[in-house]
Design a protein around this ligand. Structure first.
Ligand code: PMT
Length: 407
């Protein structure tokens, strides 16, 4: 792959901290620094003590034209810019290579070297390019660390698969410098949904039985809130109609809290005509209690019967509008996932449907991870098991591409 610098305009004048940790791939960081600098970025390099076993700070100093940060207590470097200032200065922190040790410590909030301190002190975007032996990468500890970091918003770039320095073959190789520069460039490009109005639902609904009891479901809001964040990150103006969850709204997202399916229906229908895109991720109760009791119901007989009435189907009502927005629905299935989801998509007149398996395993309700089948007209794409943050980013990419193609 060759990088055309004219395609890398978005990197020009961006301030990047390049973190280098200890690994054989550290030699590729020198080329990465050279390409970033060539594309017009201002780069400061920060090395862990282990990185210095593989490559000399002088190499990075010569290529960046700046002092390299290696020691948390280095008074000379601190006088140039202290580490808190450096964390604030960066438009992006890119750690490449990111060793298994760094990933574990970063995930657990360690701050025992200058790079970890900086990561902890940074409120801005952080991308890491994992590089390690394939067995270390496959270990459940590394897998869990990467899933947690990704769910907190860290960008995970790579790894690639192939022959490793130790002779093993498998995933764990750091992406090539040119691939990383392209990802940096994409990161700084304007959002694919810039200025687009996106309305969405997330979380569960609650159907009151009496003033203290209700019927609900296990939705935590994690999938929907991750989608709201991914859409806002792509520049969309997001209005999130949320059922009761304990999550905070993502920055920049306008959130409206509701309780019942009926409230959610009304709130969506009042706003949908101003929306270009609609996403229905909420687990909406299909039925409500026919006769809600105004007082707390007392125990009387051994068996109690509740009569239920159908709720309006929100996404189907949006799909039935004269000119509906571009609509992505969800399908929560326990069996025949793709077949049932395809039928739902047609019945509810949706552009896309994201089908997930519920009722156990690592997908669906409450879990940090999900696996999705995205179905559309002559379209099928599987998004393999990953954090809900990662799945949300991929889903928003697909949605944006198909929505823009229709304009
Ligand atoms: O919140 P989490 O814990 O992260 O879990 C995520 C999730 C499992 C809730 C999510 O990924 C998901 O699958 N959401 C849809 C749940 C659901 O209600 O699926 P369904 O197959 O019953 O409904 C199909 C579609 O119709 C959905 O888009 C749903 O929002 C919509 N619907 C359903 C009923 C109704 N009355 N109105 C609706 O709009």
């Amino acid at each position: 792959m060759s990088v055309k610098i004219e395609d890398m305009q978005s990197i020009h004048k961006k301030k990047i901290v390049l973190g280098v940790t200890g690994g054989i791939a550290a030699y590729k960081s020198a080329e990465l620094l050279r390409l970033l600098t060539k594309a017009g970025a201002e780069v400061r390099v920060v090395m862990t003590p282990a990185a210095r076993e593989f490559i000399q700070p002088l190499t990075f100093q010569a290529l960046s034209g700046h002092r390299v940060y290696t020691d948390i207590f280095d008074a000379e470097a601190e006088s140039a810019m202290d580490h808190i200032e450096l964390a604030r200065w960066a438009d992006l922190m890119l750690v490449a290579p990111a060793s298994a040790d760094f990933i574990a410590k970063f995930n657990h909030g360690y701050a025992d070297n200058i790079l970890l301190t900086l990561c902890l002190a940074s409120a801005g975007p952080i991308a890491i390019a994992p590089a390690m032996n394939q067995q270390m990468y496959a270990s459940s500890s590394t897998e869990n660390n990467l899933i947690t970091l990704s769910s907190r918003g860290t960008l995970i770039w790579g790894p690639a698969s192939g022959e490793q320095a130790c002779g093993d073959i498998g995933p764990g190789r750091m992406l090539e410098a040119e691939e990383l520069v392209q990802l940096v460039s994409l990161h700084f490009q304007p959002g694919k949904l810039d200025g687009r109005h996106l309305l969405m639902t997330a979380g569960p609904t609650r159907e009151a039985i009496d003033p203290v009891r209700y019927i609900s479901n296990r939705s935590s809001g994690k999938m929907g809130y991750a989608l709201a964040k991914a859409a806002a990150d792509q520049g969309a103006k997001v209005t999130l109609i949320s059922g009761p969850v304990s999550m905070q709204p993502p920055p920049g997202v306008d959130r409206i809290m509701v309780e019942s399916a009926h409230d959610m229906f009304e709130t969506v229908m009042q706003r949908v005509d101003k929306s270009e895109i609609f996403i229905a991720c909420a687990a909406v109760a299909d039925y409500r209690i026919s006769q809600q009791s105004q007082q707390k119901i007392k125990k009387s007989s051994q068996v109690m019967q509740l009569s239920l009435t159908r709720n309006p189907d929100i996404v189907a009502s949006v799909g039935a509008l004269d000119s509906p927005p571009f609509t992505l629905g969800f399908a929560a299935e326990t069996e025949n996932i793709e077949q049932y989801a395809a039928e739902k998509r047609r019945r509810k007149n949706l552009d896309l449907i994201a089908a997930n398996q519920v009722g156990g395993g690592k997908t669906g309700f409450e879990n940090e991870t999900n696996e999705i089948f995205v179905l559309g007209e002559n379209y099928r794409q599987r998004l393999p098991l990953a954090s809900k943050t990662q799945i949300a980013r991929q889903l928003i990419d697909i949605l944006a591409e198909r929505f823009l193609a229709q304009q």
